[in-house]
Design a protein around this ligand. Structure first.
Ligand code: GDP
Length: 374
């Protein structure tokens, strides 16, 4: 690993931070995602679409455009932001990359009308356990009585438009919530007052996922916070770090895997190893499990079009190679029994495939022990 602040660190050689969304049910996690990507998955879900894990990539250009009203002089050093759509905190627990958390930063969503709720505290405990940085989105500010909508406005600007009563209610609720966090051993502060950024005090961004107030602030804060506090972690490395999110059959492509490429680069044709498992019944109704690494070659590297989610149906873009961080669909032979939650390994020119197979199976064991425990 590089020395902190090593002079040869190349700021242009950063990967995109990976962000996930956590919080109590109904705080607006899905709506916030919809709001930042300008789609409407939540209404679709009500229509019976199953919850899956997806990822959305926001290029820096998009973030720059949406945050320009904030007149932030900070230049964006990361190429973009990859947001994982985590339905609840199970996926945060299961999404691991070689033993550590997959996410660089989390958005912990709190409903300003409800304050901290049981799953907020569960999420907090997970974040603490993993030592994961997070920001608090204090959502549903538009529900403050008498709120005047300022669509997609930066929060300070929106707050200035509000009556004294609304501002008073906001401050009262904010103070209560800061106290609730303190009771959990967490210091929080409104982000624009939290000059120190990081380490001891976590930032709160007031948002509305319905009318968009505070969304520019949230996007900018995610990028600024990660750039400032985790340059080392975000420094691009040649070693591939990649986690399998889902295994699924896609018409015309056979069994595919959806992965998050956390670091490194993948190429079409790369020889890869993923964990596999097969179950069958014997004539005596005893279940047998057969575990084994799958060795195959990448046939195609696919991504959805920018700003669309991995799970939204449609055409894919084909790539000769992809650099981290990205959500990618991979097609190859032999994925039928691949296992989600495990790592994908690339067999490099100097690697012994047997060593890599062994590493994959070690990873497999850790996944199995997590399943046993739950
Ligand atoms: P999740 O369970 O955390 O994913 O919550 P959802 O995104 O499904 O939102 C729960 C409910 O709260 C839905 O009816 C949303 O329309 C509503 N909601 C979410 N965010 C906001 C917001 O910022 N303001 C208001 N007024 N309602 C919101």
């Amino acid at each position: 690993p590089e020395e902190p602040g090593a002079p040869n660190q190349d700021e242009d050689n950063l990967r995109s931070p990976i962000c996930c969304i956590m919080g109590h049910v109904d705080t607006g996690k899905t709506k916030l995602l919809d709001c930042i990507r300008g789609t409407n998955v939540q209404e679709g879900e009500a229509g019976g679409i199953t919850q899956q894990i997806g990822a959305t990539y926001f290029p820096a250009e998009n973030i720059r455009e949406r945050t320009k009203e904030l007149k932030a002089d900070a230049k964006l050093k990361v190429p973009g932001l990859l947001v994982i759509d985590t339905p609840g905190h199970e996926s945060f627990t299961n999404l691991r990359s070689r033993g550590s958390g997959l996410c660089d930063i989390a958005i912990l969503v709190v409903d300003i009308m409800h304050g901290l709720e049981p799953q907020t505290i569960e999420s907090l405990n997970l974040l603490k356990m993993r030592n994961t940085e997070f920001i608090v989105a204090l959502n549903k500010v538009d529900r403050l009585y008498g709120w005047k909508v300022c669509k997609n406005a930066p929060i300070v600007k929106a707050m200035k438009q509000q009556s004294k009563d609304v501002q008073f209610e906001f401050n009262t609720r904010l103070t209560q919530i800061v106290t609730q966090f303190k009771e959990q051993g967490i210091n929080t502060e409104l982000y624009y007052k939290n000059k120190e950024m990081g380490k001891d005090t976590f930032s709160i961004v007031p948002t509305s996922a319905i009318s968009g107030e505070g969304i520019p602030d949230m996007l900018l804060l995610l990028v600024q916070w990660t750039q400032k506090t985790m340059i080392e972690r975000l420094t691009y490395s040649n070693e591939v770090q990649c986690t399998v999110l889902e295994v699924k059959v896609v018409e015309g492509h056979g069994t595919t895997i959806d992965v998050v490429l956390v670091n490194g680069v993948l190429h079409e044709g790369d020889q890869i190893v993923v964990c596999g498992m097969q179950a069958w019944k014997s004539p005596f109704y005893v279940h047998y499990l057969s575990l084994g690494p799958i060795v195959t070659s990448i046939r195609a590297l696919l991504t959805p079009h920018p700003m669309k989610e991995l799970r939204v149906k449609g055409t894919y873009l084909h790539h000769k190679k992809i650099k981290a961080a990205q959500g990618i669909k991979i097609t190859a032979q032999g994925f039928e029994h691949a296992i989600a939650g495990t790592s994908l390994y690339v067999v490099g020119p100097d690697d012994d495939v047997e060593d890599i197979k062994e590493a994959a199976m070690e990873d497999m064991k850790s996944v199995m022990s997590r399943i046993d425990k739950s």
